[in-house]
Design a binder for this molecule. Structure first.
Ligand code: ARG
Length: 390
């Protein structure tokens, strides 16, 4: 019996290896780590541990697939309750790559290390089940706690990736870094600086603001400060620049799919900058009606992604609408980065539904007197109502 394990190299998934053998009777355990832009050292560590503790290990490079998903997210201004959806968007992609290996290996089951409290179990399994695989979830199934896992790992000669003093659960990819667990679980506890790795504290950010320019083509970022870049490089670079200015920290209460409220901490400088810039450009080129309706679409889009339901046909339909609107989202935005903030300060597009000539205080392009008739009717019903009760 053969099991393929979706493997991060962290504590949860590492204890799954001996558990799959001892408790579930799989005699072959194969680990798969999918590279979606997490630190090189994490990939190497997963490779080392996978090779050491499992029967075979695969690393799958999905960086460019992930960037394509992120482009979709940028077009949708993807955000769930203020969370930039990094983990959520990555899960179905990771699951799809794990399925490919499971098929190639002719595996009997796919295993994951998610708990029964979070969203990731739902996002993963939706895909595994779509391809007809049996799912094994030892951490959930055996009701494991991190304490128990640390002990079990020690007993099995596994070098323990988490300590009891720094018991954070980190999930990191190109788009965001999530920090959960330990003392952070008390929402009234202020997070210590030690949880952050991508961003400096705004107080420590430079006194001098920095203005950057981002070019978009059809809703997709293509250049930074007039230098063309592929999506991966551009996002990486923006994470560095934004992080230096303390941009992109989120401390929030989030409604998980199961209904549990969770205290979440995130870092995501590039996401903050790109969504801020993209929204700003949309305001210049999309009509009032488009903007209003797109907000509703974005809300639905984000919820599908958060719930891991991107195989629902609604997802394709929403993306079709979004893509139609994005044909004109071409131009540039300048963003000022300063002490934790990212503000748009200038924007330009050939498709702007904007006329300086018409709106200016200084021209006579519009005969202002024409608005008199409009004003006479505007608010008519409200005036009638107020008069009734005056
Ligand atoms: N709360 C976020 C989500 O549901 C991030 C979860 C991070 N996962 C983790 N295993 N640390 O997408």
């Amino acid at each position: 019996m053969k099991a393929v394990l979706s493997y991060s190299g962290g504590l949860d998934t590492t204890v799954c290896i001996p558990l799959l053998r001892e408790r579930y009777g799989y005699d072959e355990v194969i680990t798969v780590t999918v590279d979606i832009g997490q630190p090189e050292s994490d990939i190497r560590q997963a490779e080392e541990r996978g090779t050491k503790y499992a029967d075979r290990h695969y690393t799958v490079d999905a960086k460019s697939d992930f960037v394509n998903e992120l482009f979709r997210l940028i077009k949708a201004n993807g955000e769930y309750e203020g969370y930039v959806l990094g983990t959520a968007l990555a899960r179905p992609l990771i699951a799809g790559k794990v399925v490919e290996i499971a098929r190639k290996e002719n595996a009997d089951a796919i295993a994951h290390g998610c708990t029964g409290k979070g969203n990731d179990q739902l996002r993963f399994e939706n895909v595994f089940r779509q391809y007809g695989f049996k799912v094994v979830a030892p951490v959930r199934d055996l009701n494991l706690t991190r304490e128990w896992e640390i002990e079990y790992a020690r007993e099995h000669g596994i070098d323990v990736p988490a300590t009891k003093e720094k018991p954070y659960s980190i999930d990191e990819n190109l788009w965001s870094r999530s920090i959960e667990g330990g003392k952070l679980e008390d929402p009234s506890f202020i997070p210590p600086e030690e949880i952050y790795e991508w961003t400096v504290s705004p107080e420590k950010a430079p006194e001098k603001a920095e203005i950057i320019k981002i070019d978009f083509e059809e809703g997709i970022p293509v250049a930074l400060n007039d230098v063309k870049m592929n999506g991966f490089e551009l996002i990486k670079k923006l994470n560095e620049i934004g992080g230096k200015h303390g941009v992109g920290r989120t401390d929030m209460i989030e409604d998980r799919v199961l209904g549990l409220k969770a205290r979440e901490n995130y870092e995501h400088p590039a996401a903050t900058i790109l969504i801020t810039a993209h929204r700003d450009l949309e305001k210049l080129v999309l009509s009032r009606k488009e903007l209003k309706f797109k907000k509703l679409v974005e809300e639905e889009w984000a919820e599908l992604v958060y719930h891991g339901l991107t195989n629902d046909p609604l997802y394709d339909a929403l993306n079709a609408f979004i893509d139609t609107t994005q044909k004109r989202v071409t131009g540039w935005v300048k963003i000022r980065l300063y002490k934790g903030y990212a503000f748009p300060v200038a924007r330009y597009s050939n498709f702007a539904l904007y006329s300086e000539e018409l709106v200016s205080f200084d021209t006579e392009a519009i005969d202002q007197k024409l608005a008199e008739g409009f004003a006479a009717f505007h608010g008519l019903q409200g005036r009638m109502f107020k008069r009734l009760f005056q």
